[in-house]
Design a protein around this ligand. Sequence first.
Ligand SMILES: [Zn+2]
Length: 466
Amino acid sequence: MRRIGLEIHCQLTGLESKLFCPCRSDYRGMAPNTNTCPTCMGVPGTLPRLNRGALRGALLIGMALGCKTPERLAFFRKNYFYPDLPKNFQTTQLDAYWHSSAGGPGSVDLGGGSVRIRRVQLEEDPGRITYGGEGRNRTTLVDYNRAGVALVEIVTEPDLEDPAHVRRFVSALADLLENLGVTDPGLEGAMRADANVSVGDGARVEVKNVGSFRDLERAVRFEITRQEELVSRGGTVAGETRQWDEGRRITVGARVKEDDPDYRYFPEGDIPWIRLDRGTASSLRASLPEGIAERRARYAGLGIPAQVADVLSSDSHYSALFDRAHTGPDAKEIANLVTSDLMGLAATREERRGSGVTAGGLRDLAAAVISGRLSRKSAKEALLRMHEGGGDLEGIIREAGLGNVTDSAEIAGVVAEVIAEEPGAAADAASNPEAVNYLVGMVMKKTRGRADPAATISEIRRALGG
Ligand SMILES: [Zn+2]
């Protein structure tokens, strides 16, 4: 039997400032060690000041994960020495002395089984260490720009069974966090993880420092294989901490695993303990956005096929766009345009931000498809033009000549041309339906697919005296 538990670290990237000081929360792209102040550098005499938005974000995450909301919260010092931790302790949370962390226990429903959440806690991110060089030129560089950024740790019970299970869980969790608006999982380093892996009766091995969810699946797969091979050769798995080596894609032994007593937790005396009254908790709960499962059910109620509803509901950006665009009867068509065309055109955050597609534009486009004015192919082309350059649908149809040709005189003209060019097929058409199809195909070619098919067939029949 395999047991996998995860500790997911998620930065609250939507905040302006760090957890306890006014330094910027968005440190990305800054020169090393320029986003620091005496507080996040741990200079003696400085005092932390709790970022209320961070506490709000952590509580919201707990609520969205179905956790019980605590009445009393406190921060604790977790003592250990490491170069990326200038204070020599990390300010974090713990369930002790009648106080608890931001939430727990809860669960994430994966459809056909849920994963239990043990605890949600708010803490500070350490700095970042970069190792470089070789031999005598080996270097260890520390950048404290990240030190003190608000981090939420989500700890699961060891309910996961294999790497694919891990992948499904983290992707559902990333969707949930993005939907809450507290984090952007796409940002480098915004979501990291440690994994606890054990096989059979073996000891628990903690794999630390996995920098992305894609690597998490790899790390878990490697660790399961390593442990199972060791056991099959008669060995015993030792309880230890291992590091994920991103470059070599293996785990390497790091140190004997510490237990909680080694950290000598003690209450953080510089941050007042917090009482969360019922009114605050319930107004916070009322501010939770619609959950992904509820949204999926609402979309199914609009007649959107299950697979499309699944894709659309788990994407908070596109579901919001869809909700602004549809009027009810056109929901299915708009959902289709968004999931099968627009999501492919604008996948990344930058592409989404730069897209010229508006809710009104989508609505017009769906109406044109439903009325038969635009073929699906032309609609796709119009959507691409709208995405790249913006503008209203009428202008795009005019400029690109995309509208279906329904004018019978115009179609009759093209039919006459085709019959003159293809006398053989025209002669066969009376007795051979294939020949009619061939002629229709030629008309479509000349009109670049814009001729209305039904009108074309009737014009061909009329021209041939049928
Ligand atoms: Zn600072």
